[in-house]
Design a protein around this ligand. Structure first.
Ligand code: FRU
Length: 534
């Protein structure tokens, strides 16, 4: 008997000492759980358990000592309930997690010195692809690949922001969390106007990939303007691979899904958004499919379809609801940081508006990566044939503050004028011609943001064909934010987006080369986050 008691005691003691778990219970009273992160720590799996239900899980590098930064989880939906956090390993930092009605750093949100002021970035954590882009009931919905707990990729959730004007964004709570089928990879959303799925007219229906042991396609729907989602009990609805893009095809009254599989995009049809039948495939693309129709040169009687993949390389062709038949391509229209760009379904005015992921490292902050500026896509006839063009949406003008416009300037004159501008948030349009030599450079704070080499016909190393052979005259549009520069050459024939390196010089915008500036318009920009105090 004595021996037995001794063994029981020893076992209990060793469970205490060598326990592989850390558990903490919270009676939820506030809006947020604030969680400290230390990038030197290993990622530890944590389960969020409400009562008996495991709601979700993630990997968190929880800080033991001084955190590198704080992240948060919005728990307002479960106020008054008991939430248990169970880490699969022993983590001392669990004791530092605290409840509050503010998330750590909320008071300086969007005012951080390194926060982009003209582009959407997430409050905390990491973002990659835009997802579920759809216009509904007065709001543009931008869902996106989000790691709420770290500034590196992982724990894929669908983050969520809404905008009424494509400029100002209101970030809401994450819309989709990791579940039994996996983490939430990319996808799209539609508005089910005629209730094909049976969840009610005008339900917002999202299609996403769950990345678990295998990749599967899944559906979730929302009847409250995307504020909460219900995952369909019949999930998964389709097998591998990933990134379903769904839209309505009016002529045959069918839903279309384009899915990335291996080295091709597969096309499926459905009547009810739940059962999908394979129709055809197009080879030559990788990840994040897009397929949409555009009028060539604005002519509604001459429409073509565009198919592109994550890199932005595209084909132009025809589509009958089941098969995309390429006629030309693959070409490219964008270069640099843009990846996995998606376009809005259901825009009120029929514009094809795109937002791309800007693969731009945001250094020294508690958020990482960014969304590029919304662009309107069009098809235009060029000397080389029909090509895809991308230009910033017209709404950009609503961010214009003080405006400068000058005409007929030499290089020296233009730089003298530019040196009078003090702000760094700029939207610039210019008509510039190289008069001497073969090169043109646009510099900003010592970074060469644009470099044209007339001998090799290249902008920033990318081949570029002028409409008029031998022309050394360009229309250049530039958007400068704190950490990025976007450039549209010749009204969007080529779109280049890049990260800005650290300031290497005091000089702001400068133009170099033997140039003549026919006109230049510089607009100082208002922040999308912070109202200017006059
Ligand atoms: C593209 C991508 C998608 C995938 C997602 C995961 O950047 O790799 O194919 O769904 O990111 O975050």
């Amino acid at each position: 008997m004595k021996n037995f008691l001794f063994i029981v005691l020893l076992t209990l003691l060793s469970i205490q000492l060598f326990s592989q778990e850390s558990i903490r219970e919270f009676r939820l009273e506030k809006q947020y759980l604030n969680i400290p992160v230390d990038m030197q720590q290993d990622r530890q799996k944590v389960y969020f358990i409400l009562g008996q239900d495991t709601l979700t899980y993630s990997d968190i590098r929880i800080a033991d000592g001084e955190p590198d930064y704080w992240v948060f989880k919005d728990v307002s939906a479960w106020k008054g309930k008991k939430l248990t956090l169970t880490f699969s390993e022993k983590v001392n930092g669990i004791e530092k997690i605290y409840q509050s009605d503010k998330f750590a750093g909320e008071d300086s949100l969007y005012r951080e010195s390194k926060r982009p002021q003209l582009h959407f970035t997430t409050r905390r954590g990491w973002n990659n692809d835009p997802n579920g882009m759809v216009y509904h009931d007065g709001e543009y919905h931008l869902f996106y690949q989000h790691n709420p707990y770290e500034i590196r990729w992982g724990n894929m959730h669908w983050g969520h922001a809404v905008s009424t004007d494509l400029l100002h964004w209101n970030e809401l709570d994450d819309a989709l969390y990791p579940d039994d089928l996996g983490t939430m990879f990319s996808g799209s959303a539609v508005i089910d106007k005629d209730n094909s799925a049976g969840w009610g007219k005008n339900t917002l229906v999202a299609f996403y990939t769950a990345a678990g042991e295998k990749m599967t396609q899944n559906v979730a729907y929302s009847t409250d303007k995307g504020r909460t989602f219900t995952k369909y009990e019949g999930n998964p609805i389709l097998g591998p691979d990933r990134d379903p893009k769904v839209f309505w095809y009016e002529p045959t009254q069918t839903w279309v899904m384009v899915l990335y599989e291996d080295n091709f995009f597969a096309i499926y049809n459905s009547r009810d958004l739940k059962n999908w039948e394979y129709r055809s495939k197009v080879k030559g693309f990788y990840e994040c499919p897009e397929l949409f129709e555009l009028a060539v040169d604005g002519d509604e009687n001459n429409k073509k379809w565009v198919m592109y993949g994550a890199s932005g390389t595209y084909m132009v062709g025809t589509f009958d609801g089941e098969t995309f038949t390429p006629e030309r391509g693959k070409y490219f229209y964008s270069w640099g940081s843009q990846y996995a760009a998606q376009t809005f379904n259901n825009t009120p005015d029929g514009r094809r508006i795109q937002i791309g992921w800007g693969r731009i490292e945001q250094r020294g902050t508690s958020f990482n990566q960014m969304m590029l500026f919304p662009c309107e896509l069009s098809l235009r006839t060029t000397s080389e044939g029909i090509r895809l063009f991308s230009e910033p949406v017209g709404e950009i003008e609503n961010l214009h503050d003080k405006k400068h416009r000058w005409e007929h300037l030499t290089e020296q004159e233009v730089n003298e004028k530019l040196s009078t501008i003090e702000t760094d948030l700029l939207h610039v349009k210019m008509d510039v011609e190289i008069r001497h030599g073969l090169r043109l450079a646009i510099n900003f704070r010592g970074n060469t943001v644009i470099k044209y080499d007339g001998s090799f016909n290249q902008f920033n190393g990318v081949p570029f064909t002028c409409e008029e052979p031998g022309s050394f005259r360009f229309n250049i549009e530039i958007l400068l934010d704190r950490t990025s520069v976007e450039t549209w050459i010749d009204r969007g024939k080529l779109y280049i987006s890049e990260g800005l390196k650290k300031d290497k010089s005091q000089d702001g915008l400068r133009i170099k080369g033997g140039v003549r500036v026919h006109f230049i318009e510089v607009s100082e920009m208002k922040s999308i986050w912070i109202k200017k105090q006059d």
